[in-house]
Design a protein around this ligand. Structure first.
Ligand code: GUN
Ligand code: ZN
Length: 429
């Protein structure tokens, strides 16, 4: 166990959001070294200053590698690990054909443990240190991911996915059991070590009004918990919601009516928002979670990052494993860039890096703990090799500044770019 260490490299931190006034890159600062002790970041600055701060610490020299906060993946379904990259369907058929049969297996605790550990191995190999995950309707699936994350010292968020209609037999709870099981799991895990519970109605089509009401009541009893769900991902899904809730003003209203709209609410996808929905989400300070590889893979649509950011929305970035086609936040940043291009609003590398770290952490209301490199923050870090393949290296060789050196790794990098991962001040890979 390493209680204290100094890492030398190009240490990337953000002073503010790169989506505000001024050039995006001016929001970032790069220093020479970062010092860690007892799971926390104790300082950043010159190597000399860090040596003065921690004279007995070993120094690991990463030369010109980039040292950044660990990636934060704000919306995933860990139970979909083994069926990622399933071909050819759109959302509702994809759920029925591939997702629900796989999720059915998570009542078996041994299988849930196996996939939870496989998932955390894959994410840490990709530099992701915090995830916010849906589980399945089975309490075993929640126990499995929290147990695996706790053993690794990881800060994660997870919750039992509640569904009491429009799902197959064996994958449905009821309004009452969904409430009771969620409450018991919340009381068991929320705030234990680095673990947080998220109240998790899957989406309006798979919950009755009674279940949404029960979820809203549970959230009102536990206002410090996050609540995660899906919103306006595909147009035929939205039509379905309108037919199931004919009195609702729009999709968001099916949550709002039952107390499921709030500052600690996380709304995955949020592609086809009406003006009223945009206004209400912003007024509440709710988080929209952009899932770009999923939105192209399932054929959902193009998230309006630039417009929503300009309106002042809180936005996180996510893989949406296994609707998303990758475990990698590098690949996810690349897809966010490509979607920006398709909308005529390309994102700067500084904006992409911020979204994958501090932006996602802020969406989870954890940016005071993870997602940046600053004194007092938890020591979850990634060391990125900016020349991890011949193709990337020959391009980054020509870079005239740091952002040009980082961008080829964002666009072409994968787990080979992840040189080291640190979780709570300990080396995890
Ligand atoms: N909407 C409801 N459930 C899901 C899911 O598992 N994945 C995606 N992408 N969208 C959903
Ligand atoms: Zn999802």
């Amino acid at each position: 166990m390493t209680a204290e260490i100094i890492l030398k490299g190009q240490v990337l931190a953000f002073d503010r959001s790169p989506f505000g006034e001024g050039a995006p890159q001016d929001a970032a600062k790069v220093t020479e070294a970062v010092a860690l002790r007892d799971g926390k970041i104790t300082g950043t600055g010159t190597l000399e200053d860090m040596r003065t701060l921690q004279p007995t610490s070993k120094v690991v020299d990463h030369s010109d590698k980039l040292i950044t906060a660990g990636f934060v993946d704000a919306h995933v379904h860990y139970p979909q690990t083994a069926m990622i990259a399933s071909w050819g369907k759109r959302l509702i058929d994809w759920l029925n054909s591939y997702t629900f049969p796989e999720e059915m297996r998570f009542g078996d605790r041994a299988y849930a443990d196996e996939i939870a550990n496989r998932y955390l191995d894959l994410t840490v190999a990709n530099g992701t240190t915090t995830v916010c995950s849906f589980c399945t309707i089975h309490p075993e699936s929640v126990d499995a991911i929290f147990t695996a994350a706790q053993a690794r010292g990881q800060r994660i968020v997870a919750g039992k996915t509640c569904m009491d209609r429009n799902a197959p037999e064996g994958l449905r709870d009821t309004a009452q059991t969904g409430y009771d099981d969620s409450k018991a799991l919340l009381q068991k895990w929320h705030g234990v070590d680095r673990l947080s519970y998220a109240i998790t109605p899957r989406f309006s089509p798979t919950s009755t009004p009674e279940q949404l009401q029960a979820m809203g009541a549970l959230w009102a009893e536990h206002t410090d918990c996050l609540m995660q769900t899906h919103l306006s991902e595909q147009t035929d899904e939205i039509e379905w919601v309108k037919s199931l809730f004919p009195q609702a003003r729009d999709y968001l209203d099916t949550y709002e009516e039952f107390g499921l709209l709030g500052a600690r609410g996380l709304y995955g996808h949020a592609i086809y928002l009406e003006d009223r929905e945009r206004d209400r989400l912003r007024e509440h300070g709710a988080s929209l979670i952009h899932c770009p590889t999923s939105n192209t893979f399932i054929g959902s649509g193009l998230f309006d990052m630039a417009g929503l950011m300009a309106e002042g929305h809180r936005i996180g970035l996510a893989t949406d494993t296994g609707g998303g086609s990758s475990f990698s936040m590098l690949r996810t940043m690349a897809a966010a860039y490509e979607i920006g291009q398709l909308r005529g609003t390309p994102l700067h590398a500084a904006q992409l890096m911020w979204l994958a770290t501090q932006g996602s952490a802020a969406s989870l209301r954890m940016d005071d703990k993870v997602g940046n490199i600053a004194v007092g923050m938890e020591a979850d870090l990634v060391v990125l090799d900016l020349a991890s393949t011949p193709a990337i290296s020959q391009r980054s060789d020509r870079a005239s500044d740091l952002w040009e050196a980082i961008f080829p790794t964002i666009m072409m990098g994968d787990d080979r770019a992840i040189a080291e991962v640190w979780i709570a001040g300990k080396q995890a890979s």
